[in-house]
Design a binder for this molecule. Sequence first.
Ligand code: COA
Length: 509
Amino acid sequence: MDYEGFPILDADEVAGLIPDGAMVAFSGFTPAGAAKAVPRALARRAREYHAAGLPYKLRVLTGASTGSSLDEALAQAQAISWRAPYQSSRTLRDQINRGDVDFVDMHLSDVPQFTLFGFYGPIDFAVIEASEITADGRVYLTNSIGASPAFLHSAENVIIELNRGQSRRVAEMSDIVVPKTPPYRPAIDLDHPLQRIGKPYARVDPEKVIGIVETNEPDEATDFSQANQINKAIAQHVAEFFASEIACGRIPREFLPIQSGVGNVANAVLEAIGEHPDLPDFTMYTEVLQSSAFELMRQGRLRGASTCALVLSPQQMKQLVDEIDYFSSRLVLRPQDISNNPAAVRQLGIISMNTALEIDIFAHVNSTHVCGKRIMNGIGGSGDFTRNAYKSIFMCPSVAKGGSISTIVPMCTHIDHSEHSVQVVVTEQGLADLRGLAPKQRALTIIERCAHPDYRDYLYRYLHDSGASHVQHDLTRCFKLHQNFLRYGSMLHDEIPESEIDRIFSASF
Ligand code: COA
């Protein structure tokens, strides 16, 4: 049996071709468009090998996070030795934090370039979900583009998961371009988020396609919960800020394209923008289009969006396909080096909005590592957008874990975004506009507007007691809140003797 001249294989046959130690690049940017059947088969193969006392682990590369059939299934089978560039699987996260898996946390826009120029070494196999492949090597991708065009180009062997459950028409939204190599790379020709500059398909050398695996299953997207009061308060501050910036001319009347991170806070913010009477209809230039943005597009509030992935509920996916003529003129799906392109972000004047784990009083941001040690997910696209944004915003609740953690701290234990790139900080307590403020004023503004009242006194005291300098820090105490948390389970347990702090510090860091 073949399809367009390519052999049809089952997933277990394909897994049998991929040896221990191979570098495998899978499609997927979030669960959208992620390979499903082959990674599950690889997990089965790993279990069989391990049961027989044989080694079997893969080096796994993707566009970003994936569905449960990929990271979670492979991690549960102990089948991953190395992973890049982002993950959000609980099992894999634990393996990374135990030191069992080598994880490379990367800006997502860099992945195609790293692939095309061999920075990762050879890509032995690419496993790419598609809705169609033609005999001459045109590959129509499904609900994300990610780094798949680069994987198809660079991998030595290619397997296509031909997913009959995904509409072929979604590819009408794809706009795929593989940038020329430097130093002959022209500027990206984008005057508007919806401008198309590429083709609706990716290319593969047909000689490299070793097989097609037929599948029929939806993406493994998880639903977001309803916005809680804290997320709603954060969202309201952001929407009010935009309205006042437009009113005083610091954002143009027609607004600017928005990038929004993933998750519940981001969903709440988009809802609040949609509901705000003084904010005009808007566009997005973002990496993930999720449910709240989809609803705003149906209502006409969101005029159009450029994205790398569609992360929608099964019902929304059906609506998208049923009303494809409406959506295909309003949505553009791009590869991640274009959707997250720092030059395009600067060029288009993007407003970036991302979520932090913790933010220090000078506005350095930690998006990735709890207490500087344990990775949560990864930096994702937040750095791609933040550094070049017209306005860069970071948001988070002022406390975590029932109040035992302040997300506003004296010094971040890991820095993903520096004070130089962060313009606005928002918690449910309020919004700190830091533009034009020197470090001491930044600290006072963040503490006053964003810190939880339970932690304000501590933070004011820390700033005051640190003494005068350009950035006021006391290196003997800057991580005391974290040390308290690690030792006592609460940051405000501040009765620790100095000798004890020294002991904790050397044990923990
Ligand atoms: N210390 C320890 N734990 C913290 C914490 C802190 N300072 N802040 C939050 N947490 C915990 C929460 O308690 C929660 O834990 P749980 O899952 O056990 O309940 C978890 O971290 C997630 O926090 P939550 O408030 O639910 O936020 P979220 O789901 O919006 O995720 C990030 C926040 C930072 C983890 C997430 O946005 C992320 O991975 N960002 C980096 C990538 C990125 O920005 N991508 C978008 C670019 S387009």
